[in-house]
Ligand binder design. Structure first.
Ligand SMILES: Cc1cc2nc3c(=O)[nH]c(=O)nc-3n(C[C@H](O)[C@H](O)[C@H](O)COP(=O)(O)OP(=O)(O)OC[C@H]3O[C@@H](n4cnc5c(N)ncnc54)[C@H](O)[C@@H]3O)c2cc1C
Length: 288
């Protein structure tokens, strides 16, 4: 399929990109790796009159380790993140997540910012940013602001980013002693999108789970935290019985999707299975 005609701009700075977004309003779309937007254009599901290609904006690239934080440019590709030593040593669950996205072509082009801004219900990264309590940094005509992961995913393919804003980077915590995180997914065998994906973060204090965050993607229209499962684990030793109880509490508050890949009932069952797997691995890493 051939996309509808569009005007193409390739700004070199974030400010230029914001200026173009303001100038062209609803007619314009940012283009990053193109691995969600270009298929939509070719299928004519989206027909923006103007494409603003931000893949040449150097401000959006790079991964920096900043004390107890990792700041990753919105334009960083999955491959760059998966192979970054700073990410692998400071935030392994993130590297683990992006290393499982799509295939090598997708990982070479797809970007952190594109995935989070697109907010596909089956995308992997939303679960991880929720579990890690990441912060999404954006820039718009009124300057810079930050969006907590918990406030980011509003509805199917809808985020808290305004149409005239550009995501510039995402800030992740560097995990320390006693902390662990993991991502476990049931993948669609062809595309590798998450039929269900669960990310878990735990913090141990002595032998007790002091904090827990769980993010689920793929199951419903929007990625969500799992407060009941988190509460079930906090205050326990994180032994097998506690993990089983937490996994059993997972899945509430999700309006389950059913499609050709999996029924709603199957997704509901898999949320519990993958919550147990993600928690078990996160706890193993926290104890290591
Ligand atoms: C064959 C195939 C398999 C895939 N498998 C998976 C998978 O297993 N798991 C998974 O999670 N995803 C998968 N994807 C989707 C892939 O991860 C996409 O790359 C991602 O969804 C979008 O990132 P992008 O950089 O390509 O963004 P684009 O397609 O360029 O843009 C997507 C949207 O984000 C907006 N946008 C992009 N960058 C910014 C920014 N900095 N600020 C604000 N808005 C922005 C664009 O305007 C557009 O609306 C797959 C895609 C394909 C084609």
């Amino acid at each position: 399929m051939i996309p509808a005609p569009f005007q193409y701009f390739a700004p070199r700075t974030v400010n230029e990109a914001i200026g173009l977004l303001q100038q062209h309003g609803d007619d314009a779309k940012l283009l990053a790796g193109g691995h969600s937007l270009l298929p939509a254009l070719k299928l004519r599901l989206a027909q923006p009159a103007v494409l603003i290609d931000i893949s040449h904006v150097s401000e959006l690239k790079g991964i920096t380790s900043n004390g107890d934080r990792l700041v990753i440019g919105a334009g960083a590709t999955y491959h760059e993140i998966a192979t970054s030593e700073a990410v692998r040593s400071g935030c392994l669950a993130l590297a683990e997540c992006v290393g499982q996205i799509g295939d090598i072509q997708v990982r070479n082009r797809g970007t952190l910012g594109g995935s989070l801004a697109h907010a596909d219900p089956a995308a992997d990264l939303p679960a991880v940013v929720l579990a890690l309590g990441a912060t999404i940094n954006v820039m718009g005509p009124n300057g810079a602001r930050s969006i907590a992961a918990d406030d980011m995913f509003v509805a199917m393919m809808t985020t808290a980013i305004s149409p005239d804003e550009v995501m510039t980077s995402v800030t992740f915590p560097i995990l320390g002693r006693g902390e662990g995180a993991a991502y476990a997914k049931l993948r669609q065998p062809a595309s590798r999108y998450a039929i269900v994906g669960v990310a878990a973060y735990v913090k141990l204090d002595g032998g007790t789970v002091a904090a827990c965050r769980i993010g689920v993607t793929g199951a419903g229209a929007v990625a969500v935290r799992q407060p009941a499962a988190e509460a079930a684990l906090v205050g326990t030793s994180g032994d097998d019985a506690a993990v089983a109880a937490a996994a059993n509490a997972a899945g509430d508050g999700i309006d389950y999707l059913g499609d050709i890949h999996a029924s709603a009932e199957y997704r509901q069952a898999m949320v519990k299975v993958y919550t147990r797997r993600a928690l078990t691995e996160a706890l193993r890493r926290a104890r290591a």
